[in-house]
Design a protein around this ligand. Structure first.
Ligand SMILES: [Cu+2]
Length: 366
């Protein structure tokens, strides 16, 4: 409501200023009503070009100063540094090119503004100039693309070397489930057609597959630090995308197929919480939350920083809230946590001992 009111006030103020300019123009004695731009108009346009240049430089500096703190902390995966470096170099090149070309564009617009008696020079082409401004971007872009392809191939090298931990990320509207291969580190066969809600086989695991019985299904992803993880992504319904920003990892989850991504986490959750940027961010957020708490508003509990798995494909109305907590911990902590988890076999056996009561047939189904 307040926003709407502010907008209305702004529009009205704009109209008022416009009307006042018109009155001012009409009140000028030697007012020229010609639609053709005169030298004065051209000069004003030239200065406006400069003003716009200052505006875009200003807003760039302002954005760096104001919004840099919202960037992600340093990468927490082994490949993340390489990825960030490529990104940084790309941005530096874009920044330099943008700064120079904008200055040239606006300066020349000012320098060659219209002037009475001036006639534009007819200049058909200049092969050498065109060659230069074609070949430089070609070389720079080809370099960036080749480097990008090389980095991508490096990152996407999903293989079974170094005994990776096998984890399935299962996407559905609107939540994530993770599945570990269990003691044998091999995922049992699964298919959405085998989903059996009544028996709580929600991921459609093949119960006759011996590899499936020791699988562990969880709602909070735990990863041991320093061990490579091979993720296998599945989707039950629509396109989702498994996005783990802190690890610079993202892969689409496509119904009907398994996609893969692999990375090695190198910082535990406890370590990332010590990162100065993260400490600062938590402090800022909790200051806002304390204010909310004082007013008795919702979402005011103190917040702790966590790694997170998000969905990065708009997959429906609750897409925004499709997330799962990731905890990176030491091998010992991971082992301790894993021991407290039930295997798929145990869960199914638990379901078996309590057959659903059928009021017509009785417990044993006769
Ligand atoms: Cu989704």
């Amino acid at each position: 409501m307040t926003t709407a009111l502010i907008l209305i006030v702004l529009v009205l103020v704009g109209i008022a200023i416009w009307q006042m300019t018109k009155i001012f123009e009409l009140s000028q004695l030697k007012a020229e009503n010609s639609q053709i731009a005169n030298d004065n108009d051209n000069k004003n346009q030239g200065y406006l070009m400069f003003a716009f240049l200052i505006f875009i430089y200003g807003i760039t500096i302002f954005s760096f100063w104001k919004y840099s703190k919202f960037l992600l902390p340093e990468a927490s995966s082994a490949h993340g540094g390489e990825y960030d470096y490529l990104m940084l170099v790309s941005f530096i090149i874009i920044f330099i090119v943008q700064t120079i070309t904008q200055a040239l564009l606006h300066y020349f617009s000012y320098k060659y503004k219209g002037k009475t008696g001036n006639k534009a020079l007819f200049y058909a082409d200049n092969d050498r100039l065109e060659f230069i401004w074609t070949i430089i971007p070609v070389i720079v872009l080809a370099g960036l693309i080749l480097w990008g392809l090389y980095t991508w191939t490096n990152i996407m090298d999903v293989n079974d070397e170094d005994d990776p931990l096998i984890v399935e990320l299962y996407a559905q509207q609107f939540n994530w489930t993770a599945r570990y291969g269990g003691a044998d580190n091999v995922l049992g066969g699964a298919n959405v057609r085998m989903i059996d809600i009544d028996r709580a086989n929600v991921l459609g695991l093949d119960e006759s597959d011996t590899y499936a019985s020791d699988d562990v299904i969880v709602k909070e992803l735990h990863l041991p630090v320093g061990r490579k993880v091979n993720f296998k992504m599945r989707s039950q319904d629509v396109l989702h995308s498994a996005y783990m920003p802190h690890f610079r990892a993202q892969m689409n989850c496509v119904p009907g197929m398994t996609t893969e991504f692999s990375f090695t986490p190198i910082k535990t959750t406890a370590e990332i919480r010590q990162d100065p940027d993260v400490v600062d961010k938590v402090k800022r957020t909790n200051a806002i939350r304390a204010e909310r708490a004082a007013k008795g508003e919702d979402n005011s509990d103190p917040w702790e920083y966590d790694y997170i798995l998000l969905c990065n494909k708009i997959c429906g109305k609750s897409h925004y809230n499709m997330q799962m907590k990731i905890i990176v911990e030491t091998q010992e902590e991971y082992d301790t946590w894993m021991k407290t988890q039930q295997t798929f076999g145990q869960t199914m056996a638990g379901n078996e001992t309590e057959p659903a009561f059928n009021p017509v047939l009785g417990v044993d189904g006769n």
